[in-house]
Each structure stands twice: as structure tokens, then as C-alpha cells.
Ligand binder design. Structure first.
Ligand SMILES: Cc1cc2nc3c(=O)[nH]c(=O)nc-3n(C[C@H](O)[C@H](O)[C@H](O)COP(=O)(O)OP(=O)(O)OC[C@H]3O[C@@H](n4cnc5c(N)ncnc54)[C@H](O)[C@@H]3O)c2cc1C
Ligand code: FES
Length: 278
């Protein structure tokens, strides 16, 4: 396999417009990046690299959260060195951004869609919900077969980590919450919320999941049990973001039953749930 040059990806120095806390250790970063803002679509991501030092050397991948005119928003959880460094950036600072990367979500399936997010895995779903419900166009594309409703089932470890609830409410995306410690919403796993809906006989036109691998593995089993279509947006570790290093590969089952290693950055990040091998 060769490295794939993302078709309209550009690398730019982007001015930080805002970098504000939206939950515990969670920030919304708004970057002035007109070229990326004009072309990026939900499901795609950008690599962001802080430029003040060469450590960390590599960019970090973040899903597009929202587009505002010439600016893009990403929402990130501070985990390690790259995100800790990002959290120190202030309005007027400059960071390096490379994107749009990866494939976007496809056309709206219509009907009622359900997004299942674990932790910071909620980030692709604000723009996707608005796009699929026909409320916004991205990359010049407006959906024709708009969804009637979008619901986000959102699980976090504890209430203080729940981010963007107002954004989802404003977008008309209903949110049902689950917390591991019972501090907000259902006390238990986010997949419990989906199971309850499926057992009640609700059949979404499409389910999309994003979150930590154990949650996605459990979601894959659940949707297989009920026979509901489901795609997963994978967040594997990435080094280059454009297909050259193979640090991001996922095991994907092929139509003939064989298993291939696919690069999440260029062949994903979205894969049908039934093809992902856990
Ligand atoms: C396509 C894609 C979209 C993403 N979107 C977002 C987003 O919107 N918001 C967000 O906060 N994060 C997102 N991530 C994850 C984000 O890229 C990582 O959290 C980030 O790279 C961590 O960088 P760091 O330097 O802070 O941590 P590091 O110092 O690199 O790592 C710190 C710790 O976190 C672990 N870690 C690092 N990356 C990941 C990962 N991808 N999955 C699980 N554990 C990891 C490491 O093993 C280590 O234990 C996305 C990842 C991908 C691939
Ligand atoms: S091949 Fe380098 S991150 Fe995917």
C-alpha cells in the first residue's frame, strides 16, 4: 500500500481564536483556518501540532466538532503531553493544522439516527447531527434525505466530564446520559441505554458509535444481536495522519472473511461495526 495524499488537505498555520474550558480537563479550541473550514465534513479530522517546541514532534488527531465561518472548532480532553501543551495556547497564538483528513460520514440515512458516545467520543456528533438533520451544510454539501431526529446516548465516567450538552440541545439533538459513578443520568454503561431502546422495539435507521475500544466492542455485539446498521468512528493512535507510517492500523474483516489491516487515517476513520475485529 502507498501513502495516500488526502485530496484537498492543506497544512496551515492557524490563529487560535478561543481555547476555553467546557468540562473537566476538556477544552474547545477555535482555530482560524478558512481553507479547512470551507471543505471539511463531519467524520473527518485534523492533525494539530503546537509549534512553540519540537516536543511533542507529532501532531495529534481531533475530530471536527463544528465550523463557524472561517473557523473550525475541536473539543479535546487533556490526556498527555500533546493535549496538555495545547491547553496552554491562548487567543492570538498560532498552531499548525493539517486537514481535512480521513473520509467523512456518508449521505444521511433519513429516519431517526442514534449516536453512541463514550468519553470524548461525542466530538464527531454535533456537526454530524446538524448535517444529517439538514440544519447545516459542510464542505458545500447539504443533505437531501434529512433525518427526522438525532439522539445522542452519551456515557462518561463522571458528571464533570460531560461536555457540550448545551451545544447538542441548541442543535435539537436529544441527549441521554450515563455515568459510571451514577453522578448524572443512568448509573451504568452507555450501551445499557441503547439496549433498553432496542428492547423497547425502537429501531433507528442508523447507529454511529465513537469512544474507547471496549465500549465499541460491546456496542458491536449489541447491534449484531438486534440487527441494526451501525458504523464506528475509530480513534486509534496516529503518528502521520496521511497513510505513511501504519501506526493507526485496525483489523478489518473483508467480504471474503479474511482479515486485513486498514489504516484508520486514510481508509477510515469510519468502518461498519460488523467488519471491525476486536
Ligand atoms: C480520528 C481521531 C479523532 C480524534 N478526535 C478526538 C477529539 O475530538 N477529541 C479528543 O480529545 N481526542 C480525540 N482523539 C484522540 C486524541 O488524538 C488523543 O487523545 C491525543 O492524541 C492524545 O495526545 P497526548 O499527546 O495528549 O497524549 P499522549 O502523550 O500521546 O498519550 C497519553 C496517554 O493517552 C493514550 N492515548 C493517546 N492517544 C490515544 C488514543 N487515540 N486512544 C486511546 N488512548 C490514547 C496514550 O497511550 C497514553 O497512555 C482522536 C483520535 C483520532 C485518531
Ligand atoms: S498511516 Fe500514519 S497515522 Fe495512519
Amino acid at each position: 500500500m502507498n501513502a495516500v495524499a488526502p485530496e484537498c488537505a492543506t497544512q496551515v498555520l492557524a490563529r487560535v481564536v478561543e481555547n476555553v474550558a467546557v468540562a473537566d480537563r476538556t477544552y474547545r479550541l477555535r482555530l482560524e483556518a478558512p481553507g479547512i473550514a470551507a471543505t471539511i465534513q463531519p467524520g473527518q479530522f485534523v492533525m494539530v501540532r503546537t509549534t512553540r517546541t519540537i516536543d511533542p514532534l507529532l501532531g495529534r488527531p481531533f475530530a471536527i466538532y463544528e465550523v463557524h465561518g472561517d473557523a473550525i472548532d475541536v473539543v479535546y480532553l487533556v490526556l498527555g503531553r500533546g493535549t496538555a501543551e495545547l491547553a496552554t495556547r491562548r487567543p492570538g497564538d498560532v498552531v499548525s493544522v493539517w486537514g481535512p483528513l480521513g473520509h467523512p460520514f456518508g449521505a444521511s440515512p433519513g429516519g431517526n439516527v442514534v449516536f453512541v458516545a463514550g468519553g470524548i467520543g461525542q466530538t464527531p456528533f454535533l456537526a454530524l447531527g446538524r448535517w444529517w438533520m439538514g440544519a447545516a451544510s459542510y464542505g458545500g454539501v447539504r443533505q437531501t434525505n434529512a433525518c427526522q431526529s438525532a439522539q445522542l446516548l452519551y456515557g462518561v465516567r463522571t458528571a464533570t466530564l460531560a461536555a457540550g450538552l448545551d451545544d447538542f440541545a441548541r442543535a435539537g439533538i436529544d441527549v441521554e446520559l450515563a455515568t459510571d459513578d451514577g453522578s448524572l443520568g443512568h448509573h451504568g454503561f452507555v450501551t445499557d441505554l441503547l439496549r433498553a431502546r432496542l428492547e423497547r422495539g425502537d429501531r433507528p435507521s442508523q447507529i454511529i458509535g465513537c469512544g474507547p475500544p471496549p465500549m465499541l466492542a460491546s456496542l458491536s455485539k449489541l447491534v449484531a444481536e438486534f440487527g441494526v446498521p451501525c458504523d464506528l468512528s475509530l480513534e486509534n493512535h496516529m503518528a502521520c495522519g496521511f497513510g505513511a507510517c501504519f501506526s493507526c492500523v485496525a483489523k478489518i474483516r473483508q467480504p471474503d472473511g479474511s482479515i486485513d489491516l486498514k489504516r484508520v487515517c486514510v481508509e477510515g476513520p469510519i468502518f461498519p461495526a460488523e467488519t471491525v475485529v476486536w
